[in-house]
Design a protein around this ligand. Structure first.
Ligand code: ASP
Length: 512
């Protein structure tokens, strides 16, 4: 099959990103509308309420009614799900709803037997399914690609010594850059002190809105035992690891299999290696085809995210968000170029040009796993990294190397401690560096996992875990940003390791 050439795909994707953000902010989810569905007789009815002055929950046996004001749409939804979880019965009384024909007259509405309260969809969020198709197509490739390419990658390293050398370099690069990233996060958070700049009002608002979500995340995580996590890297059943999408287990099995293939007779190993090689190539070719829908997919994803969450939430937590974003920028555009300069001959501009598609996909999907196929393709084709290095370094990096996530976790931990008035001493900050490095290895390369692993870090230094409620509102947007850093770190790693092994194949990019 001839390679499908897409004229100026980067520009199309970039335009889709900008247009998606504009579209999402114009056709955004209405902040003063709620859709209430309730049981009436035997059927469920829905009503849309718009523009209330006061939204009250009346709970039998409780003297005070719980009241919310005009701008508290998210708080109302969270409080309702809390009541539902506790199976409490309640009535809703809404006052101050303007009549459409005469805005001066205020209406009162009551609801009982309420089944759900939700935001009303908008065009920007209604098209999210198109973006979901795009993410699913990319994620569909990720697991067979990791399996096939890591197996071939490990087998093609030839002997155990070469494997140990490249493996050692890869792991060291990943660990060192992660430690640098968290340190940047900690230094910035200690200098700027974003937690001390948060108003008591915002603190109360964030806690009341997101405590419900936060406690369900804490409950789901359960207890975390590092020894058990190490044991869990070894799959009891590799097929189950594939069906569960457990990346660390898949990596373990693939690398092990690849190594063994280099130890059995050539006659038996080569058909298998050819098979995996063919599978890996087909997966990469699939990326070309899937990329045809990238502009539409990116547009839909960004418009849905901006339409639902908006950028205004960033204003509420402006100092915290700014520290995370500045930290990520320093690491992405400062640390990696320095490392590339020291350890490779590649020009910074060539590097960033080569991976701009990777960065846009990472930003719009928030998933290193979904971005992996694109990263492998760009590193091979645009940066000249050999197939055996990309096959080994990138799948490993997508799973265990998360500099952006680690940096954000460092800032978040200090921020939450500052809001709660907890002074973190030097030992505690070192503990954060160690736990965040380990946690970033265990973080699955999918959206929103960074905040769950943050719970472990908070626990390790005695910061109340419920504090994640403070930062949940902006997490989605920051997740998009930190995923850019995560995938850039993987690509920089591939270039650096390839350079050290003289495996940059492009003559003009070569280190030789
Ligand atoms: N979304 C991130 C990734 O896939 C992980 C996280 O920080 O939540 O790289």
């Amino acid at each position: 099959m001839k390679r499908i050439k897409l004229p100026k795909l980067h520009h199309q994707i970039l335009a889709a990103l900008i247009l998606g953000a504009i579209f999402g902010s114009i056709f955004n989810v209405n902040k003063d509308k709620l859709v209430i569905s309730f049981l009436s007789g035997n059927s469920i009815k829905t009503a849309t309420v718009k523009g209330w002055e006061q939204f009250s929950f009346i709970i039998p046996g409780q003297a005070d009614t719980v009241k919310f004001g005009k701008t508290q749409q998210q708080e109302i939804i969270s409080y309702h799900s809390k009541l539902k979880k506790e199976s409490k019965s309640f009535k809703i009384l809404i006052s101050g709803i303007p009549l459409p024909e005469d805005k001066a007259v205020n209406r009162i509405q009551t609801f009982s037997n309420v089944v759900s309260i939700s935001k009303e969809g908008a065009i920007s969020t209604d098209i999210k399914w198109i973006g979901d198709i795009f993410i699913r197509l990319l994620s569909m490739i990720a697991i067979p690609l990791v399996f096939a390419s890591l197996t071939v990658g490990a087998a093609s390293l030839g002997d155990i010594r070469k494997f140990a050398r490249i493996g050692g370099k890869t792991i060291s690069y990943y660990l060192i850059t992660t430690v640098i990233a968290i340190t940047i996060g900690l230094v910035l958070a200690n200098l700027v002190k974003p937690g001390e700049r948060m108003s008591v009002d915002t603190k109360k608002r964030m806690l009341s809105t997101y405590t419900e979500d936060a406690s369900s995340k804490i409950e789901n995580l359960g207890s975390y035992d590092i020894k058990q996590q190490i044991v869990n890297i070894i799959p009891r059943n590799p097929i189950k690891a594939f069906t569960d999408g457990d990346m660390l287990q898949i990596i373990f099995f693939s690398v092990f299999l690849g190594l063994i293939l280099s130890l059995i007779s050539k006659e038996k190993a080569s058909p298998l290696i050819k098979f995996f090689d063919g599978l890996s190539d087909s997966m990469i070719k699939m990326v070309d085809v899937i990329m045809l829908m990238a502009p539409i997919g990116v547009f839909a994803l960004i418009s849905a995210t901006v339409g639902e969450f908006g950028f205004d939430i960033l204003q509420t937590l402006i100092w915290y968000a700014a520290v995370v974003i500045v930290g990520l920028m320093i690491h992405t555009f400062g640390v990696y170029p320095i490392l590339l300069r020291i350890f490779s001959k590649i020009k910074t501009i060539t590097f960033f040009k080569g991976i701009r598609r990777v960065q846009t996909i990472a930003f719009s999907t928030s998933s290193s796993a979904a971005t992996l196929p694109v990263n492998m393709e760009c590193c091979q084709e645009n940066l000249g990294v050999s197939k055996s290095i990309t096959s080994f370094v990138l799948p490993l990096g997508a799973t265990i190397n998360m500099d952006g996530t680690a940096l954000y976790q460092g800032v978040a931990a200090v921020f939450i401690a500052q809001v709660f008035g907890i002074d973190l001493n030097f030992t505690q900050q070192i503990t954060i560096i160690i736990t965040a490095t380990l946690a970033s290895i265990g973080t699955a390369p999918v959206p929103g996992v960074g905040i769950i692993m943050l719970i472990i870090i908070l626990k390790s230094v005695g910061i109340p875990e419920e504090g994640i409620a403070l930062i949940m509102g902006v997490d989605r947007i920051l997740d998009m940003c930190r995923t850019i850093t995560n995938v850039t770190g993987d690509a920089a790693g591939a270039v650096i390791i390839a350079s050290s092994e003289k495996e940059i194949l492009h003559p003009d990019l070569s280190n030789a």
